[in-house]
Design a protein around this ligand. Structure first.
Ligand SMILES: Nc1nc2c(ncn2[C@@H]2O[C@H](COP(=O)(O)OP(=O)(O)OP(=O)(O)O)[C@@H](O)[C@H]2O)c(=O)[nH]1
Ligand SMILES: [Mg+2]
Length: 102
């Protein structure tokens, strides 16, 4: 019997411009997330991209930067919590590794 490997989930948190999206692209070895040096926040909403590393499915969850630029901290926090709620409501057994970038 072949058992499918559990998806390995990594959520990237950190300040604006700290390299969250670049880290996600490096791990997935593709340009899944928009990455740029801008005064305003580049990533506005939580985004999920998936890939495969050594046969193991991997999902990276990129998030907006936690500084108070363009959107308030409250809006960004709500955006991140919305995604976490999604995982824990619809995929109750799922585990997420949170990685602070920067
Ligand atoms: N020198 C260097 N530059 C980096 C590194 N990681 C990211 N950068 C650059 O820093 C800039 C911002 O990187 P992003 O990955 O877009 O940063 P972010 O945290 O996703 O930014 P927001 O989405 O705005 O919160 C880009 O120009 C990247 O090329 C790093 O490790 N070293
Ligand atoms: Mg980003």
């Amino acid at each position: 019997m072949i058992v499918a490997a559990e998806e390995f989930r990594i959520m990237l948190l950190g300040a604006r411009g700290s390299g969250k999206s670049s880290t996600g692209n490096t791990v997935l070895r593709c340009n899944a997330f928009q990455s740029d040096m801008q005064l305003s926040r580049v990533t506005q909403f939580c985004e999920r991209a998936t890939g495969n590393i050594n046969g193991r499915p991997v999902a990276i969850i990129d998030t907006p930067g936690l500084n108070r630029i363009s959107r308030t901290e409250r809006e960004v926090t709500r955006e991140i919590l919305k995604l976490l709620m999604y995982f824990f409501c619809f995929l109750p057994l799922s585990k997420i590794i949170v990685f602070i970038v920067g």
